[in-house]
Write a protein that binds this ligand. Sequence first.
Ligand code: URA
Length: 216
Amino acid sequence: MTPTQALPPQVTVVRHPLVQHKLTLMRQKDASTGEFRRLAREISLLMAYELTRDLPLEQTTIETPLETMQAPLLAGKKLCIVSILRAGDGIAEGMLDLVPSARVGHIGLYRDPATLKPVEYYLKLPEDIGERLVIVVDPMLATGHSAAVAIERLKRAGATQLRFACLLAAPEGVGVLTAAHPDVPVFTCSVDRELDSHAYIRPGLGDAGDRLYGTK
Ligand code: URA
């Protein structure tokens, strides 16, 4: 995908003013580690609201202090959030603030220096992942290769209902991910201009993992 092309239909840019405001604060180079982490958590909570807007409900009978009524509750098994290590954890935590009963899986990938392809080094998933809506999280959709490989692995583990959420995406990453997994809706707060030669998103927000955890 080039920067001027229309976004594929499965891509949603969350344009809520609070999300856009908080994202601008995060992008600023002087944001402290604490501020960056808090903003990532707050935006993730707001994104979880968008990601879960169409969850099915079922009617159940409850007793209010005054009478019996039929009231809606979420139907079926709750979500599974899968964090792509390590920066995905900063997103998963905000989503868990909104959906505290969600299960959490982790996938760790590193880039093989010879092939430049992502290689799995860690995987821990709930056994019943096939019965849950799975939200895969990574703050930056840069080349798109890690996200595509992670989703491929989750499909092999039995996941059938998947969504991907990130804070920022590069047009290149959107192209790679949506071509590999046209069935997976993608949610992002912004599709930035481009990926640079070091695979950083421009204008971007820098290294999300380093900024979340205060490392360099
Ligand atoms: N990962 C990051 O943390 N930042 C980028 O800009 C690209 C990938």
